[in-house]
Ligand binder design. Structure first.
Ligand code: ZN
Ligand code: ZN
Length: 166
């Protein structure tokens, strides 16, 4: 399993919104990938959970169109910038106020989603009860992990050789 994860090449992968007005290309390796079961992610995805692929925004090259943005204030009081296609409404990424921090690219927008293997589930106390998260064999956090570093380290551990590259 882990060897399959290691062999994934991310640079050059492409994605876009549902209608194709916004297209992008990844210009770097991601920094983490996890599934979040919080109410914000359920509401945003209008589904059971959201997935976040951490990328530096400057390494997401928009090759067609540009997402529009709106802002919401998270439970912590921090501003969250939500980027979406203004034609079809697909969410593209979420970012914060710090331009140097990674954004959460919504990886369901990738053209090939078969490579998406999250390294953790977070906010499992809000998860749908029919999901057998223990069977996934990856770490589960009832709420937010103590620090972002935990999610970065879990990704580095499962992707030797790509960690920390920006
Ligand atoms: Zn669109
Ligand atoms: Zn969430």
């Amino acid at each position: 399993m882990s060897s399959a994860a290691q062999s994934v090449k991310w640079i050059g992968r492409t994605g876009g919104c549902q209608c194709g007005a916004v297209r992008y290309r990844l210009a770097a390796e991601p920094l983490s990938l996890y599934a979040c079961h919080c109410r914000h992610c359920q509401k945003q995805s209008s589904s059971a959970f959201g997935m976040s692929l951490w990328m530096l925004l400057e390494k997401v090259e928009f090759t067609h169109g540009q997402p529009a943005t709106w802002q919401e204030r998270g439970d912590s009081g921090a501003i969250k910038v939500c980027a979406f296609c203004d034609q079809c409404g697909s969410r593209i990424y979420h970012g914060g106020e710090d331009p140097n921090a990674p954004v959460s690219l919504k990886p369901g927008t990738l053209d090939d989603t078969s490579v998406l293997r999250p390294i953790a589930h977070i906010w499992t106390r809000r998860a749908q009860p029919w999901l057998d998260l223990a069977a996934s064999g990856i770490p589960c956090y009832e709420g937010e992990p103590e620090s972002d570093e935990i999610l970065l380290q879990l990704w580095r551990d499962s992707h030797p050789g790509t960690g920390g590259r920006r």
